[in-house]
Design a protein around this ligand. Structure first.
Ligand code: SF4
Length: 456
């Protein structure tokens, strides 16, 4: 057996790759999904799956404006009637999926989330209907489980927040990105700080237990001083969680039109701002959970973390949502370009219920991919990976399965000197390089599929 902590070099480590390769929040990435020629029936896919602690995710693919950095599955605005038609389709899908889960054993949802897009693009009445679909069609007890909802400042209105709080929302995540109006414009997310502050006041008034604020670093013109001002403006609200995202410029996004090649100076700026932000939050009573996530140390304990789930059993509803069984990840068609997204949403709202009883796009997850996924999603958390849990699940150790990758990470100083028989954990530098480390654990097959994917 290779002991990775013994491989720290005596001499100089080779230069690591750019820290900003790929944000790994789910593996395999959707660009590795393909049309499933056999359109497997959900009833078969879910027949042997444990169903007593599922996650439920409802995707709302609408936003008021398209932020320049965003490559999520969302369309801008909605002509009259489209959100209603979308909820109609969501209800048909929920019925078909719930039927596919069967009645043979108890079906229970342990967590729920509304994401997008911007779920609060929906009106208060539409949000009520969304909650009804989750509860009455799917059987989720929203008031009894952690329920996370994403919102934007302009749509976090008092009437919508009242519905969400009343229906059991435990976490409200607000995409702020920057408290500096000039930086917000540079990121093509035009908003006024006064409006952001007013939205935060409304969220606190709604008494949702956990407020999360998303901020971005690496914006054109952003300095360490302006970054600290944004962080302090966020800290003034004492959010239970803060996510600090490095800016990425991706193909087909608003900012992507200006994309250039590798930019070491920008990498250095983002790394500097990351360290500034991390140290500032650590000094202000926050604990680092992952490269991006910080939690207020005295915040009330939460249930399952939506973004750190190594387990399977995810039901995603809506186009753009993924679902996971133990050996298949599936979704609908995926796009980033405006016209293609519109076409996919328009197609979704016309689908009859029978269509939703099948999986159409996806990727099989074999034993090797399941190991990679588990390692990736554990190692990228500050707490790291428990070796005993890995051995119980797979019968091997990460060192046996990934000797070359782990040796390389150790050489770069990214692995902490823990006892490899009990845990694998990243060093602060390893965490800082999560977006370089993660992609190195992609399998050759997933890498090839992502490379071959025709962006649209
Ligand atoms: S970043 Fe959020 S608010 Fe902006 S376009 Fe993307 S999903 Fe919508």
């Amino acid at each position: 057996m290779t002991t990775v902590t013994s491989l720290r070099p005596a001499g100089k480590a080779p230069a690591p790759p750019s820290p900003y390769q790929h944000y790994v929040y789910a593996y395999p990435h959707k660009t590795a999904y393909r049309r499933l020629p056999d359109r497997p029936r959900l009833a078969s896919l879910w027949a042997a799956e444990p169903k007593d602690a599922l996650s439920l995710y409802l995707h709302i693919p609408f936003c008021e404006v398209r932020c320049g950095f965003c490559n999520l599955f969302t369309r801008i605005g909605a002509p009259d009637g489209l959100t209603g038609a979308y909820l109609d389709a969501l209800e048909r899908q929920a019925g078909a999926v719930r039927d596919a889960l069967g009645d043979g054993e108890p079906v229970r949802f342990a967590t729920a989330a509304f994401g997008g897009g911007t779920p609060t693009f929906l009106t208060a009445a539409e949000l009520t209907r969304l909650c009804d679909i989750a509860e009455h069609r799917m059987g989720a007890d929203l008031r009894a489980v952690p329920l996370s909802v994403e919102a934007s400042p302009a749509t976090a209105t008092a009437d919508r927040l009242e519905v969400l709080a009343d229906r059991g929302t435990t976490r409200l995540s607000l995409g702020v990105q920057s408290f500096d109006d000039t930086e917000a414009r540079a990121a093509v997310r035009p908003q006024r700080r006064a409006d952001v502050e007013a939205a935060l006041a409304r969220i606190r008034d709604a008494r949702v237990p956990v407020l999360n604020i998303d901020l971005i670093y690496g914006i054109d013109g952003q300095t360490e001083a302006s970054w600290l001002r944004s962080l302090d403006a966020a800290l003034a609200w004492r959010p239970e969680e803060l996510y600090l995202y490095p800016l990425y410029i991706r193909p087909l996004t608003g900012l992507g039109r200006r994309a250039t090649g590798p930019d070491p100076a920008w990498d250095a700026q983002r790394l500097r701002l990351y360290r500034t932000g991390r140290d500032h939050l650590l000094a202000h009573g926050y604990t680092q959970q992952s490269m991006r996530m910080f939690r207020r140390t005295d915040a009330p304990p939460q249930g399952a973390d939506d973004y750190a789930c190594q387990s399977d059993g995810m039901i995603g509803l809506g186009c753009g949502a993924r679902s996971y069984t133990a050996d298949l990840h599936y979704s609908f068609d995926y796009a980033v370009g405006t016209h293609e997204i519109r076409a996919i949403v328009d197609d979704y709202v016309t689908r009859p219920a029978a269509d939703f009883a099948h999986a159409e796009y996806g990727r099989r997850v074999d034993a090797d991919e399941a190991r990679r996924r588990h390692l990736l999603q554990s190692l990228l958390q500050a707490d790291g990976l428990g070796t005993a849990e890995y051995r119980t699940r797979f019968g091997t150790t990460p060192e046996e399965d990934f000797p070359a990758e782990l040796a390389r990470f150790a050489e770069r100083g990214w692995l902490a000197a823990t006892d490899p028989r009990t845990a694998l954990r990243l060093t602060p530098e390893g965490l800082a390089h999560s977006d370089a480390l993660g992609p190195e654990l992609f399998s050759p097959a997933v890498r090839a599929a992502m490379t071959a994917y025709a962006r649209k």
